[in-house]
Ligand binder design. Sequence first.
Ligand code: FEO
Length: 172
Amino acid sequence: MNQQIEAALNDQISKEASSSQYYLAMASWAETKGLSGTAFFMYAHSDEERFHMLKLVKFVNERGGRAIVPSITQPPSDFDTVQRMFELLLAHELTVTKSINEVVDICLKEKDYTTHNFMQWYVSEQMEEEALARSILDKLNLIGNEKGGMYLFDREMLEIANASANAQKNNG
Ligand code: FEO
């Protein structure tokens, strides 16, 4: 495997691992605030990021490279408000999108069309994740500080997480 591509993919492995840990911290925080639907959503999101990482690990090894399992820095343990937490989530996903685009860029420069093709899955995944984060933030902006609204929001987060889990099951 081309060394530059291998390094870029290993860097992405590290970012997906950090994302998983970051959302796990958000899940744990939401759980301690009694937001069980939001916590469920974040636990599932953390699992998805781990899956993103594993998919890269396997790809690098299958293509003759060597995947490096990274160490991870401790994420924050307090997120202040649900709104703030989702703002951080969106900001984080935007940095992940940027780094995925950089990997795609390197693939094109190095004429590695196989990895380029593999990375397209991540490109569309990022589009979905950004859109979902924006729609959740829109809901939160509508609710404002209303307590009853937050109760309904939390239930809806549970539904979103369940719908996404079912869609993934049906897609194989
Ligand atoms: Fe794997 Fe949310 O980026």
